[in-house]
Design a protein around this ligand. Structure first.
Ligand code: PHE
Length: 460
C-alpha cells in the first residue's frame, strides 16, 4: 500500500511498540501481583512465560501485521484466511473495552501528579487519611468523568496526529523521559535502607511459596504487559516497512518491557520496605499500592521525595499515555482500513464512543447504584471490575490462543519463514520459534483458559 503511513525507522517502531507495552501493567499491576504471589519464584516463572510464550507470540503478531500492511481484521483475513477475520474483530472489541477502563486508571495518575505537586509546594500533612481520600475520589462521578476526559482527549489528539507525526513523535519524546525518570528513581532507591530486602523479595526464589494460581497469573500478565492477544502489535507491525527486522524489534521491545517492570518493582518495594510496618499495609486493593500507600511514603521516607513524587506520577501518566494511544489505534485503524473513514473522523468518533464507556466505568466506582453493584463474575461487583475481569480472563487469552494457532498452524511455513528470515537472523532460530508457537504457547494459553472455565481462576 503505497500511501500507508509508516514509522520513520526501525527505532520509531521499537519506541512506539515499547510505549504500548510499557504501561500501567508494568507500574501498577506487576508490582502488585508480585507482592501477592510472594516475589522470587513468581518473578522467575513470569520471566519464563515472557520468554516462551510472550516473545514468540510478539514475533507472530508483528509478522502478521508487517506482511499484511493493514489493520487486524484485514490482516487476519489476508495472511491467515477469510474465516480468521473475526479474530481481528475480537481484537478491535478488546481494544475498545480495555481502553474504556484503562483510561480511567490513567486519569488517576494525573490526579496523583497534581496532588503530589500540591504537597511538594504546600507541605505534606501525615495525618490525612489517604485511603479515605482515594475512596472519595473514586466515588466522585464528576471527577472521574473529568479525569477520563483529560486522558481520552490527549489520547485522541495523539492518534489523530497520525502514525509518524502523532504516535511515533509522542513515543520519541516520552519514552526517553520515562527512562530518565526511572533511572533517577532507581539510583535513589539504592541509597535507601529497604533496598536489600526489596531485592531479596523480588529475586530470591522460594518455590515452596508458589501456588498454581500464581503460575497462571504470571502467564495472563505476560499477555497484558506485552500488549498481546488483541491486535495492538499486528496494528503497529502493519506500519513497519519490509526493510526492518521483525525479530530484532520484537526482542528489544520484550527486553525493555521486562526491565522496566523489574525496575519499577524494585523502586516501589524499596520505598515501601524502607518504612517499618508498611509491608503489611500494601496490597489490600489493586489501587492501594500505587495510589494510596506510595504517594505518602515519598514524603515521609524518600530522600528528595518532594521532587521525586511528582516525577514518579508523571512517569506513570506518560507510560499510560503511550499505551492508551496503541489501544485507540487498534480501533481507529479498523475504521480507516476497513471502512475508508478518514483518520481525523475515525479518531474523534472512536475517542468519543470509548469515552462514553469511560464515564460509565468512572461512575461505577460507587457513585451510581445500578452499575456499581451488579455482579456477573463472582466477586467482581460493578462495571469497572466486570470489564477488567472480562478482558484479562477472556478476551486477551482467547485472542492470544487464536493468534498463536493461526501463526503456527494456518500460515504456510514458507510465508513465515520468508518474513522472519529476511533480515539479521543471528539470534533467531526459525525451528525453535515454530515449535513454540505451534505447541508451547497454545498449550500454555489453553491451560489458562481451562482453569478460567473449569476452576474459576481469576487473573484480573
Ligand atoms: N501493555 C499495556 C500495559 O502493560 C497494556 C496494553 C494491553 C496496552 C494491550 C495495549 C494493548 O499497561
Amino acid at each position: 500500500m503505497p500511501n500507508r503511513d509508516h514509522w520513520s525507522s526501525s527505532l520509531g517502531f521499537v519506541l512506539a511498540a515499547a510505549g504500548s507495552a510499557i504501561g500501567l501493567g508494568n507500574l501498577w499491576k506487576f508490582p502488585y501481583i508480585t507482592y501477592h504471589n510472594d516475589g522470587g519464584a513468581f518473578v522467575l516463572v513470569y520471566l519464563g512465560c515472557i520468554l516462551v510464550v510472550g516473545l514468540p507470540i510478539m514475533i507472530a503478531e508483528i509478522m502478521i501485521g508487517r506482511k499484511a500492511q493493514t489493520s487486524p481484521v484485514g490482516a487476519m483475513r489476508s495472511v491467515v484466511g477469510r474465516a480468521w477475520a473475526p479474530v481481528g474483530g475480537l481484537g478491535v472489541l478488546s481494544g475498545f473495552v480495555l481502553l474504556g477502563f484503562y483510561s480511567l486508571v490513567a486519569g488517576w495518575s494525573l490526579r496523583s501528579f497534581v496532588q503530589c505537586l500540591g504537597w511538594s509546594f504546600g507541605g505534606f500533612d501525615p495525618a490525612v487519611d489517604l485511603g479515605a481520600d482515594f475512596g472519595a475520589m473514586a466515588s466522585n462521578g464528576g471527577l472521574q468523568a473529568f479525569l477520563g476526559l483529560l486522558f481520552m482527549g490527549l489520547t485522541t489528539a495523539v492518534v489523530a496526529g497520525g502514525v509518524k507525526n502523532g504516535i511515533e513523535r509522542v513515543a520519541r519524546i516520552l519514552l526517553p523521559v520515562l527512562f530518565g525518570i526511572l533511572a533517577v528513581l532507581l539510583i535513589n532507591s539504592f541509597r535507601m535502607s529497604g533496598s536489600g530486602e526489596a531485592l531479596r523479595f523480588i529475586f530470591e526464589p522460594d518455590f515452596g511459596r508458589l501456588q498454581g494460581r500464581g503460575i497462571l497469573e504470571a502467564l495472563g500478565h505476560a499477555f497484558f504487559t506485552l500488549s498481546l492477544g488483541m491486535g495492538a502489535m499486528i496494528t503497529y507491525g502493519s506500519y513497519m516497512s519490509k526493510r526492518d527486522s521483525i525479530v530484532k524489534a520484537a526482542g528489544v521491545v520484550v527486553l525493555l518491557d521486562t526491565l522496566i517492570a523489574l525496575f519499577a518493582t524494585i523502586i516501589m518495594f524499596t520505598v515501601i520496605f524502607s518504612q517499618p510496618g508498611m509491608r503489611e499495609q500494601i496490597g489490600k486493593s489493586t489501587a492501594g499500592m500505587l495510589f494510596i500507600t506510595l504517594p505518602s511514603l515519598f514524603y515521609t521516607g524518600v530522600p528528595l521525595g518532594n521532587v521525586l513524587a511528582p516525577l514518579f506520577y508523571m512517569l506513570v501518566a506518560f507510560a499510560a499515555l503511550t499505551s492508551t494511544v496503541s489501544l485507540l489505534e487498534v480501533v481507529v485503524s479498523y475504521f480507516i482500513d476497513e471502512h475508508g473513514v478518514s483518520r481525523l473522523r475515525a479518531s474523534l468518533l472512536c475517542g468519543i464512543a470509548i469515552y462514553g464507556l469511560t464515564i460509565l466505568c468512572g461512575i461505577s466506582l460507587g457513585s451510581v447504584d445500578g452499575i456499581s453493584n451488579f455482579e456477573i463474575f463472582e466477586g467482581k461487583a460493578g462495571l469497572f471490575n466486570t470489564l477488567d475481569h472480562l478482558v484479562a480472563n477472556w478476551l486477551l487469552p482467547v485472542g492470544g490462543l487464536l493468534t498463536t494457532l493461526a501463526a503456527g498452524w494456518f500460515i504456510p511455513k514458507a510465508v513465515s519463514r520468508a518474513e522472519l528470515l529476511d533480515r539479521d537472523t543471528r539470534f533467531f532460530h526459525y525451528g525453535a520459534w515454530s515449535f513454540f508457537v505451534r505447541f508451547v504457547s497454545p498449550l500454555a494459553v489453553g491451560t489458562i483458559l481451562f482453569f478460567v472455565i473449569f476452576k474459576g481462576a481469576d487473573f484480573s
